[in-house]
Design a protein around this ligand. Sequence first.
Ligand code: H79
Length: 415
Amino acid sequence: MNKELTYQARMAWFHEARFGMFIHFGLYALPACGEWSMFLARTPLAEYEKLADQFQPAADCVSQWIETAKNAGMKYAVLTARHHDGFCLYDSAYSDYSTSKTACGRDLVREFCTACRAAGIRVGIYYSLMDWRFPGYFNYKTDQDSLIAMKKQCHDQVQELMSNYGRIDLLWYDGCWLNHEPDTCAGAWDAAELNQKVRSLQPHIIINNRAGTQEDIDTPEQVVRHSGQGRGWETCMTIGKTWGYSRYASPDSYKTSGELIHHLVDAASGEGNYLLNVGPDQNGYIPAIEKERLLTVGQWIKRYGASIYNSKRADLKNPFFGMWTRVGEYYYLQVKLWCGRSLPLPLLDGEVAEAVLMATGEKLKVDYATNGRLIFSALPEEPPDPYLNVIRLKFKQTPRDRPETDPAAWLLGKA
Ligand code: H79
C-alpha cells in the first residue's frame, strides 16, 4: 500500500489552481427547477425514475464543459457523479439507475475524467452520501434496514469510483445529514473507515469535510469565508440561484461577472479556492448566461492570473477599497473601488521598489505622505479595467502594517 503523502504535498496543486468548475448535472435537468426538484415537488420515485428514459444529453456536452472551464481560467472541475436523487452518471456495479444502463447509454464520469486529463484540468468527483430513494434516509430512527442498505451502497460506490477511473484529485462529499437534520452527520457514515479505504486507493487525493470528519478542506457554501492559516478551503457558489439547471430563473437573479471576479479575488486573498458552479440543461449544455459570465471572468484572469494562481496571504490589512494578494515576491493590490487619480494606502512599513498598473503596464509613481503613507497620485482618472484593477508591487523589504499613531492626521492634510 502506498504511504500517504504529506498534507502540504497533496495540497500543492489545489493552491496553484484557485479556480474550479462545479458541475451539477443529472435527471433534474429535465424538470428544470434545480437539483432538489424530486424532493421539492414530492415526485414519487416511480415517476421520477422515468426521466431516465428521456435523459440523452448531446454527444459533445462533456467536452463543452471542459472547454468552457479552460476558457474561464479554471484549473479543476468537480462533477456530480451522483446527487441526492441517487441517479449515477457512471456505470455502477451496485445500481442500474445510471446513465450507462438507461437511455443515455454512456458513462459520463469516464468521459469527464478523459476530457479533464486531456485538457490538463484536475479531476474532482462529487458524491452525495445520502439517497432520497431510501425510506431509511427519512425514517432513520425506525427503518434501520433501509438506512444500512443506503450506507452500504455509499461505501460500495465510493470504492468503485475510487477504483475504476484512474487518478482522482478531489473527492467532494455532500449530503451527510439524515432527514435534513443538521445534527445527524457525525458518525452516520463511518467516514474515518471510508476515507481510509479512499486514501489507500488514491494516495494523492484531497477529501472535503462533508462526510462527518475534517479531512483536508473546509467548504463554505455560497459565501467566501477564510479558514485559518495552514488549513485548505474552498468556497462553492452558484452563478444563479440553483445548482442544477432551472428554466424558471430570472436573468436578474444571476451574479454579475464583476461579483464573480470579486469573490475569486477574495478567496485568493485568503489562500482559498473558488469553485464556481454551472448547471447544464437537458442537452448537457451550459446555459448561455452562465457561459457568458464565465468567459468574462476568463478574460479578466487572462490578464491578471499572475495575481491569483498560487496566491498566498499578504499578511497585510486589506484596504477599504480592495484586497491584497501575494505571489512570491510580488504583492498585488486588488482595487475594487476606484476613486480617480489618487489612491492612498493603509499605513505600512516598506519601501516600494516597483509599482505597475497591470491593465496598462505603466509604471506608477509612488509618493509618501509625512507619516510615510504610500500614495499613488498619478493614476488614470478612469479605471482602465472595468471590473477590478490590479497594481503589482515589489517592496525593498517585506511590508508590515504600521498602526496609525494619529488616525485623524489626514483630516489636517498630514498623512
Ligand atoms: O449540491 C448542492 C446542493 O444541492 C447541496 N450542496 C450543494 C453543493 C445542498 N443540499 N442542501 N443544501 C445544499 C442546503 C440545504 C441545507 C439544508 Fe440542512 C437542508 C438546511 C436544512 C436542511 C444541511 C442539512 C443543513 C442542515 C441540514
